[in-house]
Design a protein around this ligand. Structure first.
Ligand code: GTP
Length: 404
């Protein structure tokens, strides 16, 4: 069986700004989604791929940010090697692949390499992609997603030949509509990708030499989408594998609630042991950390993830929500369509709610309520569709506001 490796692109501290205030205290790849760090979802799917020997995480976070997660992951997935390679500065989605090419290609030399953005929520059909990839003679397979016409230009748009499944044309976030089929942020490449990246880097260096406006820092940067996939599409060396399941990007804090619900529903089918058993208190699917304390008269779920050391009092109602580590929900409080940050305190009869994240995102409107770390709500306070920055104490009700 040929050797396969996986690369997870995690970015760094300057990325994930749309996740604020949650990413003020927790690196984006580690944000709990359905009770597991965001990066755990693609990693656990990669660990199941036959012949996959190693997963390399590439980003520009300090090593210490991810070291705890990597230590736990090595214990959980002992069948694969897991390592973190740190870019000395942001190198773009292909610059890190170029910089660390020798580490990725070291023995056992991979025939195939999965490359995956970590801010994608989907079922990661890696095994199916591998099967499809082995049947065509292209350099790469790209997971594509069919989206609504009105949001298609927010993504990398793909025009493909429906008969051969070859990519004919790729445009990253085009100004006008060209296709409903978009880049899903999950790729499988033959190792000859590295020849293509080398060529793309040489092209870029040649162009930069003629352009006095290019900064030295930008010379090292390379984007997989525009610098590598665009020429691969033009030379018909990429193929599409259409996603048949759910798919979302996790860019905003609100999208984390949607992603959490999708993963919880998936766990219900594929890994029910990860979920809290249904009963008078729990409406499935819901994740409750074993260290959380839930009063028997509370009602939790569906689509709820409750983190470690949380305390949920009598008569509390939680639905479509993420409650992060160490938070307390006092008796008869209610949390709907919201994320409660770490160590928050929701007073008795207080209510935190919002509306579900709209698929296309309406500018200027807040849907899901997000409470930053250590926010306190006094009894009976009602917060609706607000973003609340850390350490605030709220004693009056608010709606549709950013509370600084
Ligand atoms: P936006 O909509 O502007 O966020 O663009 P995008 O959806 O195309 O995402 P982006 O290109 O910023 O990131 C795609 C993935 O690559 C994410 O998982 C990022 O964390 C990761 N990423 C982005 N830039 C870098 C980088 O310089 N180095 C590394 N290692 N990863 C990166």
């Amino acid at each position: 069986m040929s050797v396969t490796k996986g690369v997870l692109l995690v970015g760094g501290p300057s990325k994930g700004t749309r996740m604020r205030p949650l990413t003020l205290d927790c690196a984006k790849p580690l944000l709990p989604i359905a009770g597991k760090p965001m990066i755990w979802h693609p990693l656990s799917a990669l660990a199941k791929v036959p012949g996959l020997t190693e997963v390399i995480i590439i980003g520009f976070y300090e090593d210490s940010v991810l070291s705890g997660f990597i230590k736990d992951a090595k214990r959980e997935f002992p069948n694969i090697a897991i390592s973190y390679l740190r870019e000395y500065r942001p190198l773009g989605t292909a610059g890190g692949l170029y910089h660390f090419r020798d580490s990725i290609l070291r023995p056992p030399v991979p025939q195939n390499i999965f490359i995956c953005n970590i801010d994608i929520c989907c079922s990661f059909p890696f095994t199916e992609m591998l099967e499809f990839h082995s049947k065509h003679r292209g350099v790469g397979t790209i997971l594509t997603v069919k989206v609504k016409r009105e949001i298609a230009t927010h993504y990398g748009s793909i025009v493909h030949d429906p008969a051969t499944l070859q990519v004919l044309h790729y445009v990253e976030k085009p100004e006008g509509w060209i296709s409903d089929m978009v880049n899903g942020g999950v790729y499988l490449f033959d190792r000859s990708l590295f020849d293509e990246i080398k060529e793309a880097m040489a092209d870029k260096t040649a162009r930069a030499a003629e352009d006095p406006l290019v900064q030295p820092d930008d010379m090292q940067k390379l984007a997989l989408e525009t610098d590598v996939i665009v020429p691969l599409a033009a030379s018909k060396k990429m193929y599409v594998y259409q996603c048949k399941d759910f798919w979302r990007q996790i860019k905003t804090a609100a999208s984390a609630v949607t992603a959490s619900s999708l993963y919880l529903s998936r766990f219900a089918k594929t890994a029910p042991e990860l979920l809290a058993p249904s009963g008078p208190t729990i409406i499935s699917p819901a994740f409750v950390d074993p260290t959380a304390q839930i009063a028997p008269t509370a009602k939790i779920g569906p689509n709820v993830a409750i983190g470690p050391h949380c305390q949920v009092g009598e008569g509390v109602r939680v639905k479509d929500a993420i409650i992060l580590e160490g938070s307390t929900l006092d008796q008869h409080s209610c949390v709907l369509n919201s994320i409660v940050g770490m160590n928050c305190h929701i007073g008795p009869w207080a209510r935190v709610d919002g509306s579900p994240e709209p698929e296309s995102g309406v500018k200027g409107q807040i849907s899901v309520t997000i409470l930053g770390t250590e926010v306190t709500l006094t009894p009976e306070t009602h917060v609706r569709s607000c973003i609340v920055l850390p350490n605030k104490s709220l004693n009056k009700s608010s709606a549709n506001q950013v509370l600084l």
